[in-house]
Design a protein around this ligand. Structure first.
Ligand SMILES: [Zn+2]
Ligand SMILES: [Zn+2]
Length: 343
């Protein structure tokens, strides 16, 4: 009996120590989640069934937006198999499968970071079966989608501008950098920022819902390589949100492992550059203690490019390199297609 008491006491001590360890570890995890994200496509190429697209909704809401739309259907299918849509209830008499209901009813808008094919392929291919909604992006992105995709040459014109007869399924919304606007059909707002992606303009989106924020980057090179200050501008804008723990997560790309030479980046990041860019943010958040300024911040690592080479999988290599350099104690997440994330 006595021995049992001691055992149970020891269990309590271990339990309390465990709690305390968890408490000190991050400034973020103990809060209740504000956002849900379901990645529909996570790689930066090669996998035509799994390229850049992330669903996002305020937690508890069924109003999703798609951040980029490289892969839609294959990702929704995987999410259904993994039972990731906790908040969606399919009526038992529904003629549509969950994928169709998501496309036609619950995905309220597309936010496209740039018009490269790996960010819009799913949008084009699914458009005949899609529901009516807005496509939001900076002017150059919208113009490229209008002029080079939905133009009756590459694909029918499902837009409400441009070449020939307009099917008007999609309404184009041009976003002005730095200007915050509501996203139709949702309670979310977006503030866009320009990004330098080699000789191409890409963009980032800051999403707000009820005082909480998520930051999504399209493809981007590091400022130092791109001879730009676009990343710096984004970091400056969000630094106060990090300081007040309102920024719940960042989606940022790492396309290649560190072996890649700087002159071969083509407007992308490597683990080394990801950490350099995050340390710019850390210094803006707390110049006295940059080393602890981002502790526990969730960073979803997007756009890793798979390769044909029979080697260690590139995503494992990238994650290993990120953690070797992770003096900021950021919480890196390598997303899986269809697997629910909360922030
Ligand atoms: Zn790109
Ligand atoms: Zn891309």
């Amino acid at each position: 009996m006595k021995r049992q008491n001691m055992l149970s006491q020891m269990c309590w001590v271990v339990f309390v120590l465990f709690l305390m360890a968890g408490w000190g570890q991050t400034t973020y995890s103990e809060e209740s989640a504000k956002f849900v994200s379901i990645p529909l496509g996570v790689t930066g190429g090669l996998r035509e069934d799994n390229i850049s697209s992330y669903l996002l909704a305020p937690k508890g809401s069924t109003d999703f937006i798609a951040l980029d739309a490289g892969t839609l259907f294959a990702g929704l299918r995987q999410a259904r198999i993994l039972e990731s849509f906790e908040e969606i209830e399919l009526p038992p008499d529904s003629e549509l499968m969950l994928e169709g209901v998501m496309m036609q009813q619950y995905i309220k808008a597309y936010l496209i970071s740039h018009a490269h094919i790996d960010h819009v392929a799913g949008l084009v291919l699914n458009s005949p079966d899609d529901g009516k909604k807005d496509i939001l992006g900076i002017a150059s992105t919208i113009d490229n989608i209008r002029d080079h995709l939905f133009n009756w040459k590459v694909w029918p014109n499902f837009g409400d501008e441009g070449e020939g007869f307009q099917l008007k399924k999609y309404h184009y919304v041009r976003l002005t950098p730095g200007e915050t606007v509501p996203i139709n059909g949702t309670s979310m707002k977006v503030t866009p920022f320009l990004l330098s992606h080699s000789n191409y303009t890409s963009s980032a989106f800051l999403i707000e819902a009820d005082g909480a924020y998520m930051l999504y980057f399209g493809d981007t090179g590091p400022d130092e390589v791109e001879k730009s200050d676009y990343m710096q501008q984004v970091w400056t804008y969000v630094a106060p949100l990090v300081r007040h723990q309102q920024l719940k997560g960042i989606f940022l790309e790492v396309s290649y492992p560190d072996e890649r030479a700087d002159n071969q980046l083509f407007g992308h990041l490597t683990p080394k550059w990801m950490l350099k860019e995050l340390s710019v943010l850390a210094n803006l958040v707390d110049s006295q203690h940059p080393e602890t300024a981002l502790r526990g911040l969730k960073v979803v690592v997007t756009h890793i490019k798979p390769s044909f080479v029979r080697d260690l999988p590139v995503d494992e290599k990238v994650l290993k390199q990120l953690y070797e350099l992770n003096t900021l104690n950021v919480h890196f997440i390598i997303p899986e297609q269809g697997e629910r994330l909360e922030f």
